[in-house]
Design a protein around this ligand. Structure first.
Ligand code: NAI
Length: 331
């Protein structure tokens, strides 16, 4: 289901106290958009840091997270996903106003039940598929941007109307409209891309490099051909603009034949089984979310992975080649 401006009633959010928990990438962009959409009762709840300073410079008067939770009819939970559970338990949960609405911008913490939600609280998702600066710039320039919306809990019976009102006030229902989804779907696809799709693509580049290097080809030539030329970025841009396979028309006939004949014969069985396991056993089961909530463990594991990748031949070659050709040097 796609929701457009005409499905929304902006006066709903205009009549509420909207509390932002967090004034970062999304928090700042969405608060400024709401204010410009005629939402006058905005409360910024933030710890005393540079983000609070920014909020003051933008004309808001930040209060503590506890105070923002007490005042808000609508709570926009816009701090990093990995901090949400702790901040919810320590600062928000005990201060929530009765019959209020929780709005999340990513499905993660709701999908994996990491937040204990009061029975009378509506829970909705308004998840821009866009960095915060893009959410603000596009709002100002009247350019549409993609966004997922969903209703997760609806004790009031009016959660959808509230959700769409907020989406409309941040400019997310313009143009092609906001896409109906769910926290489970949004978090599932996001984590799948992070844990299955992109690592597989990176491993393919790594192995491509290893095979070509073993054949005696130069590191510079291989890396230029693989990504330093930025050709993959161009291919994906064309794929988005014109079609996943239709972009092949920009390649030579030899290249088209090579790509199509190999891909059409690729049965993908091993990858499918691996992806199936990652999606179901690791992601949707909640196993990953449970592990990742242990912030000490998460920080140690991430540091270990960074250390290990430094030794990969493609990473060392990248450093050597980059040092010589300085591809990011601006002419
Ligand atoms: P961010 O990293 O910009 O968040 C910074 C804000 O969080 C600041 O207000 C800071 O004071 C506060 N904060 C950080 N650690 C805290 C702590 N321990 N206790 C209390 N406050 C703390 O966050 P961002 O990127 O805006 O993400 C917010 C939400 O939006 C997340 O759910 C994210 O998944 C989602 N989202 C982010 C997008 C992006 O492009 N950044 C795109 C779409 C959704």
């Amino acid at each position: 289901k796609i929701y457009h401006d005409e499905d929304t009633d902006i006066t709903i959010v205009q009549s509420k106290v909207v509390s932002f928990i967090g004034y970062g990438n999304q928090g700042r962009a969405q608060a400024l958009n709401l204010r410009d959409s005629g939402v006058n009762n905005i409360v910024i709840g933030n710890i005393d840091d540079d983000y609070a300073k920014q909020a003051r410079e933008d004309g808001f008067s930040p209060v503590s997270i506890e105070e923002a939770a007490r005042q808000g009819d609508i709570l926009m939970l816009l701090i990093p996903d990995e901090d949400q559970q702790t901040v919810w338990n320590e600062k928000i949960r005990g201060n929530i106003k009765p019959n209020s609405t929780l709005v999340v911008a990513s499905g993660y913490n709701v999908a994996f039940n990491l937040l204990t939600i009061p029975d009378d609280m509506d829970v909705v998702m308004v998840a821009p598929r866009m960095i915060g600066a893009g959410v603000r710039d596009r709002y100002v320039q009247h350019i549409p941007y993609p966004c997922f919306v969903s209703v997760e809990k609806d004790p009031s019976g009016t959660a959808l109307a509230t959700c769409l009102s907020i989406a409309s006030a941040i400019g997310a229902t313009r143009g092609n409209g906001a896409v109906g989804s769910s926290c489970r779907e949004e978090a599932g696809i996001d984590l799948f891309a992070e844990q299955a799709l992109w690592p597989e693509i990176m491993a393919i580049f790594r192995e491509g490099f290893n095979v070509l290097r073993e054949a005696g080809f130069s590191e510079e030539a291989i890396l230029f051909d693989m990504y330093l030329s930025k050709e993959p970025a161009e291919i994906f841009e064309r794929a988005a603009d014109e079609g996943f396979v239709k972009q092949l028309k920009y390649h030579s006939r030899t290249s088209q034949y090579g790509q199509l004949s190999t891909m059409n014969r690729h049965d993908g069985k091993d990858i499918r089984e691996k992806f199936h396991h990652i999606l179901h056993d690791n992601i949707l089961s909640g196993k990953f979310a449970e592990k990742w909530s242990n912030t000490k463990w998460a920080a140690e594991e991430l540091a270990k992975e960074w250390k290990e990748v430094e030794n990969a031949p493609i990473v060392q070659a990248d450093e050597r080649v980059r040092d010589v050709i300085k591809p990011d040097r601006k002419k």
